[in-house]
Design a protein around this ligand. Structure first.
Ligand code: SAM
Length: 236
């Protein structure tokens, strides 16, 4: 399968975000006085972001590498979970170029990114068939509401967890990995991002789970590392 060059993404990503500035303006209007848009939760508040992450290919190429990995490994028609869509929704846009796209479920805690998803599928309804995004704090996920996946990205593991989240969110980062292990199809993969700002925190979790036989290292691709369920995953 043809490799999509990183520079090609410039062609498929709109130069200007369409809707997210409006929602940030609206949030600012609703907040009293000149309160800045909250980017970190206070104790017991939902961990959400009014601000948004735009595409920064040099600093954060994980989504481009993920799209390339899926394309180069010949995956098509598979189920994919993606932690952190970004405002650009690059993974979905690249997915749409595949002869048989994968079915991607993305999560975002950014109101602007969610609005950008709405704008995207309104403008391109065919993209909606293979790409669903939901707005939630990933640490609130429960097994009952998740389907199973062939590939799971947990690129931003440890980047956003706050101990105060425990007031409403049952998961921490290790529990998040274990939750997705219960949701992997046979031969399924969990991918981590070695360029993450929190990889120094995520790596010991990954290393410990690997040493315990819960995860098994499979391969590395660009900035990503790929794991499968280890022999002791079921008892984790
Ligand atoms: C640093 S941005 C990276 C976005 C994209 N993957 C990229 O590389 O451009 C982090 C992403 O994680 C999402 N995120 C942050 N905290 C989250 C949480 N608690 N639950 C779900 N998504 C979260 C944000 O909405 C955003 O999409």
């Amino acid at each position: 399968m043809a490799k999509i060059a990183i520079e090609d993404y410039a062609e498929i990503i709109p130069k200007k975000p369409t809707g997210w500035q409006k929602i940030i303006r609206e949030v600012k209007r609703l907040l009293p006085g000149n309160t800045p848009v909250k980017v970190k939760p206070k104790l017991g508040e939902l961990n959400f972001y009014a601000d948004t992450w735009t595409l920064q290919m040099a600093a954060c190429p994980c989504d481009a590498h993920f799209a390339e990995y899926l394309s180069e490994s010949g995956r098509s028609g598979q189920t994919v979970f993606h932690f952190g869509t970004g405002q650009h929704h690059l993974l979905a846009r690249a997915n749409q170029t595949l002869p048989t796209p994968n079915d991607i479920l993305g999560i975002t805690a950014s109101m602007g990114e969610y609005q950008a998803y709405v704008d995207y599928i309104v403008a391109q309804p065919t993209a909606a068939r293979n790409y669903k995004v939901f707005f939630a704090d990933i640490y609130t996920l429960t097994a009952g509401l998740l389907p199973t996946f062939d590939v799971v990205s947990l690129f931003h593991l440890c980047e956003f967890y706050e101990p105060s989240n425990a007031q409403y969110a049952p998961l921490d980062d290790e529990a998040l990995v274990k939750l997705f292990l219960t949701k992997l199809n046979a031969g399924g993969e969990i991918l981590f991002y070695t360029g993450s700002s929190a990889y120094a925190k995520a790596e010991p979790i990954i290393a410990r789970l690997t040493a315990e036989g819960v995860l098994t290292f499979k391969t590395a691709y660009e900035t990503l590392v790929v794991y499968t369920a280890g022999p002791r995953a079921a008892s984790a």
